[in-house]
Design a protein around this ligand. Structure first.
Ligand SMILES: Cc1cc2nc3c(=O)[nH]c(=O)nc-3n(C[C@H](O)[C@H](O)[C@H](O)COP(=O)(O)OP(=O)(O)OC[C@H]3O[C@@H](n4cnc5c(N)ncnc54)[C@H](O)[C@@H]3O)c2cc1C
Length: 476
C-alpha cells in the first residue's frame, strides 16, 4: 500500500461501514450520498440478523435452511462460513453498543421468519433492527481516526490505469465533480430493487454501483435472481413501499384472501412462514385474481404498537390502524441475490475493484436469500474484505488512465415506464413472451440510459434461464 492513497469505499450501509472499520490502520475515504446512512436499505431492515444461538438450534440447521431457501444454488463454502460466524457477528455488534432486544431473563430475544425452522432472528427496537445497527456502526466509524468522510456525493465513474481500478469521480449535490485517487475501490452501493415498480427498497437502490462495476468490465453473476418480499404495504400508486415484516407472521399474523379464507393453508408445510418466493407468488396471484390480499394481525400476542413500532407507524401514516383492521399487502422487489461476481475476499474480476453487500454476488444466497441473512452477509463480508485490504501490499497504479462512466440517466417518465416494464416482465411470475416483449420494446432495444442497460441485462438473464429456480419463477 502506498501509505498515501486511501482505500475508497462507496456506500455507507452496513457493508460499507463494516469494511471501513476493518481496513484500519490504513486510511479510508468513505463516500456516501447521505451523512448518516439514512438513505440505505440497511437502515430500513426490520426483522434483524439470523444466528443459530437459541436452545436446540445449531449452525448445521442454519446452513440447511439457507441452502433450502437458495434452492441449492448457493456456494456451500460461503454458506458454512456465514452461518458459523453469525454468533460472532452478533457479539461484535453488541460490543459496539447495538441494544439488541432481550427477554425477561436477559437473554437475546429471538424472532422467527420465513424459511427458518427455528427462532433465530436477533433484533433491536422491535422491528427497527437496521436503524439500531447502522446507528452504532456509524458512531464507531465517525470516531475512527483512519476514516475520512465525504457525504452528499454520488460516484459516477471509475478510474482505471493499466487495467486496474485506482480512483473514482464523485459529484456533489451542486454538480461539482472531484476526481479521487485510490489504492483500491470498494463498491458497497446496495441493491437495485427500486428499478421495479413496487419495491421495499429506498429510492436510491437502483443498481448504480453494479452498473459502475460493469462499466469497468467486472463480471456479473445471477442477475435474474431478485427476491420479492410477499408483504409490503399495498398503497395505491406507491413505488417505494413500507415493508410489513415477516416477523409479524412469525408472531401469529395470517395472510387472508379477500373472502377471509387463509391464503397459505395446504400450500406448504410451513404455511404463512413458507419461503418468501412461494408466499410472494401466492400473494401475487391472489392480487391478480381478487385485487386485494390482507394480513390479519388479530392473532399477534401483546401490543402490536410496541412489538412492531415501524409497521405500526407506517400503517397509521396511511390511515390503517393494524390493531383494529387487516393490513393490505402486495409483493415488492426486496433483495437482489445477483450482482458483481466476487470471491471470498470481495475481489471482482477487475484488479483493484472490490464489492461487498447487496451489490456483490459471492453465491451465499443462491437463488433466493434466507430471511435476515443479508445484514449478516454485509457485516461479515465487509469485515473480511476490509481485513484483506488492510494486509494488501499494493503499488501505485501506472499507465494510461481511462475513465469508465456510469453514463446518462433516464429521464423520469422513461424511468417510470422502465420500472413498470421490469415489474410486469421480471416480477414474481415470469413468462417468455412477456420477457421477450420487454426486450423488444423501444426502451430496451437500444437503451439510452444506464438504468435501461441494467434492466436489459437482468431481463436477458431471466429469459436465458428457462426453468424455475428459487426466486426466478417461469410460469411457462
Ligand atoms: C425494508 C427492508 C427490510 C429489510 N430487512 C432486513 C432484515 O431484517 N434483515 C436482513 O438481513 N436484511 C434485511 N433487508 C436487506 C438488507 O437491509 C440489505 O440487503 C442490506 O442492508 C444491504 O446493505 P448494503 O450495505 O449492501 O447496502 P445499503 O444499506 O443499501 O447501502 C448502500 C449505500 O450506498 C449508497 N450508494 C449507492 N450508490 C451510490 C453511488 N453511486 N455513490 C455514492 N453512494 C452510493 C446508498 O446511498 C446507500 O447509502 C431489508 C431490506 C429492506 C429494503
Amino acid at each position: 500500500m502506498s501509505g498515501e492513497l486511501p482505500i475508497v469505499i462507496v456506500g455507507g450501509g452496513v457493508a460499507g461501514l463494516a469494511t471501513a472499520l476493518a481496513v484500519a490502520p490504513l486510511p479510508v475515504l468513505l463516500l456516501c450520498r447521505n451523512a448518516d446512512g439514512g438513505d440505505s436499505a440497511s437502515t430500513l431492515a426490520q426483522g434483524g440478523i439470523a444466528a443459530a444461538i437459541g436452545d436446540g438450534d445449531d449452525v448445521a440447521a442454519h446452513v440447511a435452511d439457507t441452502l433450502a431457501a437458495g434452492a441449492g444454488h448457493n456456494d456451500l463454502v460461503m454458506v458454512r462460513w456465514l452461518c458459523r460466524n453469525a454468533s460472532g457477528a452478533v457479539e461484535w455488534l453488541t460490543s459496539l453498543g447495538v441494544p439488541f432486544d432481550r427477554d425477561s431473563g436477559g437473554q437475546l430475544a429471538l424472532g422467527r421468519e420465513g424459511g427458518h425452522r427455528a427462532a433465530r432472528i436477533v433484533h433491536a427496537g422491535g422491528d427497527a433492527s437496521g436503524a439500531a445497527v447502522v446507528r452504532s456502526m456509524h458512531a464507531q466509524a465517525r470516531a475512527a481516526t483512519h476514516i475520512d468522510w465525504r457525504s452528499d456525493v454520488d460516484v459516477d465513474a471509475l478510474l482505471l490505469r493499466d487495467g486496474r481500478v485506482c480512483g473514482v469521480r464523485a459529484r456533489d449535490i451542486n454538480g461539482r465533480q472531484e476526481e479521487i485517487q485510490a489504492a483500491a475501490v470498494v463498491l458497497a452501493t446496495g441493491g437495485m430493487g427500486a428499478l421495479f415498480a413496487r419495491t421495499s427498497n429506498p429510492p436510491g437502490a437502483i443498481g448504480s454501483g453494479l452498473v459502475l462495476g460493469m462499466a469497468a468490465g467486472a463480471a456479473t453473476r445471477d442477475l435474474e435472481f431478485m427476491q420479492f418480499h410477499p408483504t409490503a404495504l399495498d398503497v395505491a400508486d406507491g413505488h417505494c413501499l413500507p415493508l410489513v415484516t415477516e416477523a409479524l407472521r412469525g408472531a401469529g399474523a395470517r395472510l387472508r384472501r379477500i373472502d377471509g379464507s387463509p391464503l397459505m393453508d395446504k400450500l406448504h408445510a410451513m404455511g404463512d412462514l413458507a419461503p418468501r418466493d412461494i408466499v410472494a407468488r401466492q400473494v401475487w396471484r391472489a392480487l391478480r385474481d381478487d385485487g386485494r390480499v390482507w394480513l390479519d394481525t388479530s392473532g399477534v400476542e401483546g401490543d402490536l404498537a410496541s412489538r412492531f413500532p415501524t409497521v405500526h407507524a407506517s400503517c397509521l401514516a396511511h390511515g390503517i390502524d393494524p390493531r383494529h383492521a387487516p393490513i393490505p399487502v402486495t409483493p415488492a422487489a426486496h433483495f437482489h441475490m445477483g450482482g458483481l461476481s466476487v470471491d471470498l475476499e470481495g475481489r471482482t474480476t477487475v484488479r483493484g475493484l472490490y464489492a461487498v453487500g447487496e451489490v456483490a454476488c459471492n453465491g451465499v444466497h443462491g437463488a433466493n436469500r434466507l430471511a435476515s441473512n443479508s445484514l449478516l452477509e454485509g457485516l461479515l463480508c465487509g469485515r473480511r474484505t476490509g481485513q484483506h485490504l488492510s494486509r494488501l501490499p499494493t503499488t501505485p497504479a501506472r499507465g494510461q488512465h481511462q475513465w469508465r462512466q456510469r453514463g446518462e440517466s433516464l429521464a423520469l417518465p422513461a424511468l417510470v415506464e422502465l420500472r413498470r416494464s421490469l415489474w410486469d416482465a421480471a416480477g414474481p411470475v415470469r413468462v417468455e413472451s412477456t420477457l421477450q416483449h420487454a426486450l423488444d420494446g423501444e426502451l430496451l432495444r437500444n437503451p439510452t440510459g444506464w438504468q435501461a442497460r441494467l434492466a436489459k441485462q437482468l431481463i436477458a438473464a431471466a429469459l436465458g434461464r428457462r426453468t424455475s429456480l428459487g426466486s426466478h419463477y417461469r410460469e411457462d
